[in-house]
Write a protein that binds this ligand. Structure first.
Ligand code: HEC
Length: 164
């Protein structure tokens, strides 16, 4: 009886091992790493011109608050979160500016992203309400949330991005 049970258990382990992906296979191939690093760099580059510039204008009372696309910005941020497979740091994509801390301190990285999502959503609500004071206060928090990973300016570095 014991022998049968352990034989079954062993078979189960072998089966699991066969289905499971070995750790090395989870890293992306070099070509894939470069492509995904480029894609996430492009995504980040579009954040300011496509979404945050309008918000900065609206916060100053200069632009149209109805033009603010906060929900779209949040959708892009959520996509960005999925673009860091293991192996897509500089070991696989030498030009990436993503620091190894993205992987080694992933919980902090996710928390920094969550806070930008939260502040961007709050800005969207203030803009939809046409509330100038709330937009102004909220904008400061959005800018601070960018600083959770790096300075706002494109060449700046920070906790999760190499300086250029
Ligand atoms: C959760 C972390 C995080 C937050 C928050 C964040 N970024 Fe980034 N950003 C990164 C990382 C990582 C890179 C480098 C990506 C790469 O090279 O793979 C980057 C790159 C950039 C780049 C440069 C693209 C390039 O040429 O490499 C710009 C511009 C940028 N971010 C703007 C912003 C702005 C504006 C905000 C706030 C609205 C912001 N980021 C918030 C992580 C973040």
């Amino acid at each position: 009886m014991i022998r049968i049970v352990s034989a079954c258990a062993l078979a189960g382990i072998v089966l699991l091992a066969a289905q499971g992906v070995p750790p090395q296979a989870q890293t992306v191939p070099a070509q894939g790493a470069k492509e995904i690093a480029k894609a996430r760099e492009d995504l980040m580059k579009r954040m300011w011109p496509d979404y945050y510039r309008d918000m900065s204008q609206a916060a100053k009372g200069a632009g149209d608050p109805k033009a603010v696309k906060a929900a779209e910005a949040v959708a892009q941020l959520k996509k960005f979160a999925t673009m860091f497979p293991p192996g897509s740091g500089r070991e696989g994509a030498p030009d990436t500016r993503a620091k190894p801390e993205v992987w080694s301190q992933r919980a902090d990285f996710d928390a920094a992203l969550d806070s930008l999502v939260k502040e961007t959503t709050a800005f969207g609500a203030a803009a939809a309400a046409g509330n100038a004071d709330a937009m102004k206060a909220s904008w400061a928090k959005v800018a601070e949330a960018c600083g959770g990973c790096h300075g706002g300016p494109s060449k700046s570095g920070g906790k999760f991005r190499f300086e250029e």
